[in-house]
Write a new protein. Structure first.
Lengths: 352, 274
């Protein structure tokens, strides 16, 4: 167990260009499950690899348990990492894959054996200890990769998109396994993913990254409910938050031809209005009126696309099992005050 | 239906013809190795009337084949060991590490492949003479290792380049140094390619004649191809003994192939890393 502190961490590759990672600052607490989330190329994996010691840190400091780690080689950081490709040694058995890191540490044979067997028992790998990785299924390989991290009993576990090579069903069950594992070990874990479902369900806190910078850090639901930027608002949620150009004037928001009362005091001028599809409620009479241009019945819910007069972008609405209106019909909607988010039109930063 | 049978028959015919073409001379030499030269001259294609296995003993003890065989084993196996180790390390470094001039070094090593041995052999002779390595097994071993290095690096580099970088990152986190990672991860993972170069180099060097004949003078240090040549005189050629020598000579090559062939086929057929 350990804390991991990043202070204005940055990565600039030789040969110029924009930095891959810039000004990343956060602290991961003892036993916390911390998720780095973002689209590909946002710098999340690079950040993780800097924590692991696989990439040199070019700016800022990294500390584990308060000790500066910038110059400490990977092997002395007491971390373990699970790779997206699993990176199992193909010429070694499952047992040897797990024992490999312990042998380097000159651990007594009996202790290595005990640890490997304990980890194998936790992960249900006992029947496969003698097999080579190529004789295992994707899910089993993934568990071996996790086992290799567990046996080390490291201060910090690092996960780099460990579930993205699994099929959807296996991904869901492995997610649950990892959550249980975290509870059982109580270890500090840093987890990189581009999958918002993983981030929302697994993380104690999530850090959303965009273009090498931190966009927002917080508990998953807090981030979901109060996104700090239009990027975060658009990245979390499926379908994502509706983000529509609007104008604030005379204490009201004008959205196309519709006018809404302001949820809070904001300066006058152009803004981006955000509202989640599930926060829009169909009513007989309401301020937002539009025409249904698409209906997507998904079984448990129905997604409707609406066109509002004077608004270029379509508005998405998440309704129940049955659609409140058919294609081409008009429908009125309201959104509760606390569901309306206003962002600066130029910077994308939250105003309310 | 008949079309498929005919197609199969055609394929079989080609295979049978090719096998006869390849194995025929071998079997012929095998029969000659059991006959005397005069028997052979009388009827070149006849089967042995008496199976003279004692010729092997005569060749081994009386004609110095024991010495040539030992020399060949020493020189070729040492050279293969050296070229495999050095070649694998070079290939690993060229495939994995980014450093200025990486491709230039690779090109320089590889470009020496185009030089025929006849061009370099005189210079090598003079170099070895200056170093005091002329007419020594150590000298020949070093030359063998050097001439096989480019091909070895070429074959291994492309294989090492396909080993996923994550494996090396994992080994780094597991606490292994670059040196240990090479021997414990890269080298074993590349085993199919290693087997390929071991077989290839063993066969090529086992039969090597030109460098050996130029760089070795003393009979006690001759390798097998030189020893067999001894039976080709100016006036008389002892075909019977040459054949016996050849049969002795192929044993190690066949053994090496038998040991490594499974890995060889793996290396040639599959991306063995996944």
């Amino acid at each position: 167990m350990a804390t991991v502190t990043l202070d204005r961490l940055g990565k600039r590759y030789a040969g110029g260009g924009a930095p891959a990672v810039q000004d990343v600052t956060f602290e991961v607490a003892h036993g916390e499950f911390f998720v780095l989330l973002g689209p590909s190329g946002c710098g999340k994996s690079t950040t993780l690899r800097m924590i692991a010691g696989l990439e040199a840190i070019t700016e800022g400091t990294l500390a584990i348990d308060g000790k500066r780690m910038n110059e400490v080689p990977a092997r002395d950081r007491d971390i373990a990492m699970v790779f997206q490709s699993y990176a199992l040694y193909p010429h070694m058995s499952v047992y040897d894959n797990m024992a490999f890191g312990l042998r380097r540490r000159a651990m007594p044979k009996a202790e290595i054996d005990r640890r490997v067997r304990v980890a194998a028992a936790i992960l249900g790998l006992e029947p496969f200890l003698g097999r080579r990785p190529h004789a295992l299924s994707g899910g089993q390989r993934q568990r071996v990769a996790v086992g290799r991290a567990i046996v080390r009993d490291p201060k910090v576990f690092l996960f780099d998109e460990p579930l993205s090579n699994l099929d959807a069903a296996l991904r869901a069950s492995t997610r649950q396994e990892l959550i249980r594992l975290h509870r059982r070990l109580g270890a500090t874990m840093i987890y990189v993913t581009h999958d918002q479902v993983e981030a929302m369900t697994m993380g104690d806190r999530i850090c959303i990254m965009d273009h090498g910078r931190v966009a927002q850090i917080g508990a998953p639901l807090d981030v979901y409910r109060r996104p700090a930027t239009t990027f975060v608002a658009g990245f979390l949620g499926s379908p994502p938050m509706n983000l529509l150009p609007a104008t604030v004037a005379d204490g009201r928001v004008r959205l196309g031809e519709a006018t809404l009362t302001l949820p809070a005091r904001v300066p006058e001028g152009p803004v981006t209005l955000g509202v989640r599809p599930e926060d829009l409620v169909p009513v007989p009479e309401g301020p937002l009126r539009g025409e249904v241009v698409a209906v997507e019945p998904l079984g448990a819910e129905t997604i409707l696309s609406l066109r509002l007069p004077g608004v270029e972008r379509e508005l998405m609405l998440r309704a129940g099992r049955s659609a409140p209106a058919g294609l081409g019909e008009r429908i009125a909607l309201v959104a509760p005050h606390d569901a309306i988010h206003l962002f600066d039109a130029a910077t994308g930063c939250r105003l309310t | 239906m008949w079309g498929r049978v005919l197609a199969r028959a055609a394929v079989m015919l080609v295979i049978v013809l090719w096998t006869m073409f390849a194995a025929g001379p071998f079997l012929w030499v095998a029969t000659i190795s059991l006959r005397t030269t005069s028997e052979f001259m009388a009827a070149p294609y006849a089967l042995p009337e008496t199976w003279r296995f004692d010729k092997f003993a005569t060749a081994w003890t009386g004609s110095g084949y024991d010495t040539y065989f030992t020399n060949s084993i020493l020189v070729v196996f040492s050279a293969v060991a050296i070229v495999t180790a050095v070649g694998a390390m070079a290939a690993h470094a060229l495939a994995r590490y980014r450093f200025p001039g990486n491709r230039l070094v690779y090109l320089l090593i590889f470009s020496t492949i185009v030089l025929p041995p006849q061009i370099t052999v005189i210079a090598l002779f003079q170099t070895l003479a200056k170093l005091g390595l002329y007419d020594t097994r150590v000298g020949l071993t070093l030359v063998y290792a050097a001439v096989q290095l480019p091909l070895t690096v070429y074959i291994l580099e492309s294989f090492f380049a396909r080993i996923p970088a994550d494996l090396f990152d994992a080994a780094r986190i597991d606490g292994y140094s670059e040196w240990a990672t090479f021997w414990k991860v890269a080298f074993p993972v590349a085993m199919p390619a290693i087997a390929t170069v071991v077989i290839l180099n063993t066969i090529l060097l086992w039969n090597e004649f030109l460098y050996a004949v130029v760089l070795i003078a003393d009979d006690a240090r001759r390798t097998l191809p030189l020893g067999i040549q001894k039976f080709m005189g100016d006036q008389l050629e002892d075909y019977g003994m040459i054949a016996t020598g050849l049969m002795i000579a192929i044993v190690p090559v066949v053994l090496i192939y038998a040991i490594f062939s499974e890995k060889l086929i793996q290396g040639m057929t599959a991306g063995a890393v996944k």
